[in-house]
Write a protein that binds this ligand. Structure first.
Ligand SMILES: [Zn+2]
Length: 285
């Protein structure tokens, strides 16, 4: 018991002082924003089912909270098998998604876990939607599936989670963002969003924009495409824009932020609308 407590303290120390491998996509703020936008667009029936499922997990009471869970459990070694489910890679020379090349069959599924057949974010979203839909699934399995879907729909809209393997989705691209040494992946995960303000303010602003009549057509187009493979291709097509205008020195800041904020805002909105779309289709009838 004492030994366990000690290990736990050491673990917390390690997280606080050394951080943990970041492939979180959007960071907590981004995922919360996606969950909040989705909630605004759920049908009453889907909302009721989401509330019922989340009612079984007091730590994640709202959809916005639930969308962060899959990153929280990355610190738990019993969820290590899920690490590859947060992203995929498409070769720089290709523009389409090919499951055999980009999403290999899953080989490390523990016997007590429910794993998708393939090891990437596209397979994960499709599989956990099936778990949610299946009347044979237990409430506990459905609650986990909901939290995974909520998170992974966010991840797949972060362009660098559908990036290139050769630089590990921008993790190996060293940059200085506003004079802080970091990598391009982290800039897109959380650093630019942090510059945009608190997550509730960003979510409110994006929701307001979505309510405007001028966005109705865009909104319809986004929610009519509910195939995660297409979302991955769309994200991947944005990736070259993320590498553009990075000087040799790697120093980026306000100018880079201003140029790319519209992409972040649109991707967060798309993710929220599409998360609502798949949940309405699965739970809303
Ligand atoms: Zn993630």
């Amino acid at each position: 018991m004492r030994r366990y407590a000690c290990l736990k303290v050491l673990g917390i120390f390690a997280i606080v002082f050394f951080g943990y491998e970041s492939a979180d996509a959007w960071g907590a703020a981004g995922h919360r924003i996606v969950g909040d936008i989705a909630w605004q667009h759920l049908t009453p029936t889907a909302r009721k089912e989401v509330s019922r499922l989340l009612g079984t997990d007091t730590n994640y009471p709202t959809l916005a909270d639930a969308c962060v869970w899959a990153d929280d459990v990355r610190r738990d070694s019993s969820y290590r098998w899920a690490n590859r489910l947060h992203y995929l890679n498409i070769p720089e020379s290709e523009s389409a998604y090919a499951a055999d090349r980009d999403c290999k069959p899953k080989t490390n599924c523990p016997s007590d876990a429910k794993c998708p057949p393939r090891d990437c974010v596209v397979s994960a979203i499709n599989y956990y939607l099936e778990v949610l839909k299946n009347p044979e699934s237990t409430t506990q399995d459905k609650c986990i599936a909901l939290k995974f879907v909520g998170h992974f729909v966010g991840d797949i809209h972060q362009p660098l989670h559908a990036g290139y393997a050769h630089d590990r989705g921008g993790n190996d691209v060293r940059v200085e963002f506003n004079h802080n040494v970091t990598n391009l992946h982290k800039v897109w995960d959380s650093m630019m969003i942090r510059e945009m303000g608190g997550w509730t303010g960003i979510a409110a602003s994006l929701n307001l924009e979505l309510k405007a009549t001028t966005t109705t057509e865009r909104l319809k187009a986004w929610s009519s495409d509910l195939d995660p493979a297409n979302w991955a291709v769309e994200s991947n097509a944005l990736v070259p824009q993320l590498y553009k205008n990075i000087p040799k020195s790697g120093q980026i800041g306000e100018e880079y932020q201003n140029e790319h904020t519209p992409i972040i805002r649109a991707q967060l909105q798309k993710a929220g609308i599409r998360l609502a779309g798949v949940l309405n289709r699965t739970l809303g009838v």
